[in-house]
Design a protein around this ligand. Structure first.
Ligand code: S1T
Ligand code: MG
Length: 545
């Protein structure tokens, strides 16, 4: 087999199931082998940020590798933000980039698509990947590919593989996946014993399940773990949707001042907060009513466990969870004085002629799921993501921490490619302006997401933070009218009745995307965003006194 066939076979052996890509002349040679070999299906989209977002969403949805294939320079550098988002949110995306061959690299000419030097792109990706390889030696390539893909999965972070265009046909051995890394189990068991002792000594221990639980495919084990030790489980803003399909004692989403007071108290007053795979970020913790003393928490993230002032440096999450389960029967959590009620989510949209508020969209989606079962959701950043907090827990892919716009629509396409399930996409008008156009690719692949555009004719989140600025008014675009031209069907709705009826109709018809443009009066925001903004303001300017 040749070098690209060996690489594609290795990607499939490590869990990849499709490639999202846009070629260029540096990439044509390896794209030809992608197409001719059929080892992995190729989905092309229109703009590289979407390639990165779609690959990221497919990785998150399936809990394995996502693959983004691009050309050198203009292609790969156009995708930097999407790969940075995947790095920040621990999504295992493999970036494949074509590259110059040996001869042209040594020609002394400045090559087209070259930024500064031949190595500039490789160096730029050093900042947003956990490992990299340039396949310029066919003898070394199998070992390089095995190492890079193992690191992608172990660290659940993006990696970068550059394919010089004169190497694609080089004969190459099959990649042998690396064996699992050995771990000092004595150290793991010492960590587990101390961790359990801390939880047992706590008056009100709480488990917060973070995104690593999903990235490492541990939701079922963590649900079992939380049931066995009887800990209430919460997720963070970014972790919303985790454990949705399990029967873990999930009591809600922690959002500090923006969340429900009972969950905020449960987390912030806990004397045994166990952060399992949780990213300690500002979007998850900066809006705490009472500052959480992270030194008193138990934090398992990035393959290590921190308790108090010491760290167990090498405790992979899957090994930790497996050993906790093995030791669990011997211990049960203190009975809770007051059981925590599971959250109740709003249903029963009032189908009247009243204007649409974001919360109405959450109710309409809850009503739809009450009739048809859980529906996976891809959300962009903006009030649409705050609104999603009032939607019943379901699989949710969203940039809840890195917070980039443009994620929603491409992520919906990636989600349907990865899972075969029809998603709902939640996206603001500003974000839709960025990547909504990608819906024009849906028909080619038979994707038929239902896209709800929150059209408030503004960068509404920014208006909430800085109401006096006029530049956040971005005009009222007529998105519904663009749908037919892109191969779908669109409708603009202004009342709750129109919204409910449009969503029912959209969901009942398959085969092409449906766009529901929900007109939201200026300044009307979700209750979660309102609480978040008020809380941030209060925390930033505490009452004088
Ligand atoms: N550019 C990109 C790629 N991502 C961003 N997050 C931003 C800029 C900054 C930004 C926000 S929220 C927001 C911007 C511009 C406005 C979003 O507008 P829209 O999609 O219409 O949603 P909504 O009206 O619900 O706010 C975050 C704070 O950084
Ligand atoms: Mg908007």
């Amino acid at each position: 087999m040749n070098l690209v066939q060996s690489l594609l076979t290795a990607l499939r052996d490590h869990g990849a199931r499709e490639i999202f890509g846009i070629p260029g002349d540096f990439a044509l040679p390896y794209f030809r082998i992608v197409e001719s070999s059929g080892i992995l299906p190729l989905y092309t989209l229109s703009h590289e940020p979407a390639i990165g977002f779609a690959a990221d969403a497919s990785a998150r949805m399936r809990g394995s590798l996502g693959v983004a294939a691009v050309t050198w320079g203009a292609g790969a550098l156009n995708m930097v933000n999407a790969v940075a988002a995947a790095y920040a949110e621990k999504s295992p995306v493999v970036v494949l980039s074509g590259g110059p061959g040996k001869g042209e690299a040594a020609s002394g000419l400045l090559l087209h698509h070259q930024a500064k030097t031949i190595d500039s792109q490789y160096r730029i990706f050093e900042e947003i990947t956990c490992d990299r390889a340039r396949l310029d030696d066919a003898a070394r390539a199998p070992a390089d590919i095995a190492r890079v893909l193992a690191h992608c999965l172990e660290h659940s972070r993006p990696v970068y593989i550059e394919i010089p265009r004169d190497m694609v046909e080089a004969p190459c051995a099959k990649v042998v996946p690396l064996p699992p890394r050995s771990v000092d189990m004595d150290a793991v068991d010492a960590c587990v014993d101390e961790l359990l002792a801390r939880l047992a000594a706590a008056r009100s221990p709480v488990l917060m399940a973070g995104v690593e639980v999903r990235r490492h495919g541990l939701e079922e084990q963590v649900a079992e773990l939380s049931r066995r030790i009887g800990l209430p489980v919460v997720t963070s803003f970014m972790g919303r949707g985790l454990l949705a399909y399990s029967d873990a004692p999930l009591v809600g989403t922690y959002m500090g001042v923006a969340g429900t007071p009972e969950i905020t108290r449960l987390v912030e007053e806990s004397d045994g907060l166990f952060l399992l795979g949780e990213i300690v970020s500002d979007t998850n913790f900066a809006v705490s009513e009472k500052k959480i003393d992270m030194r008193r928490t138990i934090r398992a993230l990035d393959g290590s466990v921190t308790m108090g002032f010491h760290v167990y440096p090498d405790v992979p999450l899957a090994v930790l969870v497996e050993r906790l389960l093995a030791k669990m029967p011997a211990w049960s959590a203190p009975a809770r004085a007051v059981p925590i009620a599971r959250p109740v989510f709003p249903r029963g949209l009032t189908r009247d002629d009243g204007p649409i508020a974001p919360n109405d969209i959450a109710v309409a989606v809850n009503d739809l799921m009450a009739r048809h079962g859980r529906i996976p959701i891809a959300s962009d950043i903006g009030d649409c993501l705050f609104t999603a907090m009032d939607i019943e827990p379901t699989a949710l892919v969203a940039p809840g921490y890195y917070g980039t716009m443009g994620f929603g629509v491409p992520a919906g396409l990636g989600l349907q490619a990865a899972s075969g399930e029809r998603p709902i996409v939640l996206v603001g008008d500003g974000a839709f302006q960025m990547t909504g156009w990608e819906l024009g690719n849906a028909a080619r692949y038979g994707f038929d997401p239902v896209v709800i555009v929150f059209n408030n004719a503004s960068w509404g989140m920014l208006t909430t933070f800085q109401p006096e600025s006029k530049f956040n008014a971005i005009g009222e675009w007529r998105f519904a009218e663009t749908a037919a031209a892109l191969g779908g069907e669109g409708v603009r709705v202004r009342t709750r009745r129109e919204l409910g009826e449009a969503l029912d109709r959209a969901w009942s018809e398959r085969g092409r995307f449906r766009l529901i443009e929900a007109m939201i009066p200026p300044g009307v925001v979700s209750s979660t965003l309102a609480r978040f903004a008020a809380g941030v303001k209060r925390l930033q300017s505490p009452a004088k006194g």
